[in-house]
Design a protein around this ligand. Structure first.
Ligand SMILES: [Zn+2]
Length: 137
């Protein structure tokens, strides 16, 4: 048996499981999960947020008000005081740039919430998710 695989037996010699090294597991994980029809939750949860962009925006924050962390979805009414602190998250950060544009995805209804930061005010726009949007027109 390979050094990467350890079959485990109970005291009567019945096979009860198999232990893989981390290296071996990472190598075959995708195939095994697919074959067993198990969804890899760790990968599903992993939505890449441009957190570095958001941090950069905070570093250069020159607006007349403190950094705002609240998000409100006009489409479904979902709202939070601090989007980054929610567990599970209600909103995912999808974009942030130095022009003060910060976008979020509403987890509940998939709407896009954009916060536009101006010198002394914040304008919020909410665009409902459109499943059958025809981009050809
Ligand atoms: Zn929503």
């Amino acid at each position: 048996m390979s050094e990467h695989i350890n079959e485990l037996y109970d005291k009567d010699g019945n096979l009860i499981g198999c232990l893989l090294t981390a290296e071996a597991w990472n190598y075959v994980k995708k195939d095994i999960l697919a074959r067993l029809g198990v969804e890899d939750e760790s990968q599903q949860e992993e939505i890449k947020e441009p957190v570095a962009d958001w941090e950069t925006l905070q570093e250069y924050w020159d607006y007349d008000y403190p950094v705002d962390t609240d998000v409100h979805c006009e489409n479904c009414g979902s709202s939070t005081e601090d989007w980054a602190a929610d567990d599970p998250r209600k909103f995912y950060l999808t974009a942030a740039n130095l022009a003060g544009l910060v976008s979020f995805l509403c987890v509940k209804c998939q709407a896009k919430v954009v916060k536009k930061h101006f010198k002394d005010t914040i304008k919020t726009e909410c665009t409902p998710y459109q499943e059958n949007k025809d981009y050809r027109r």
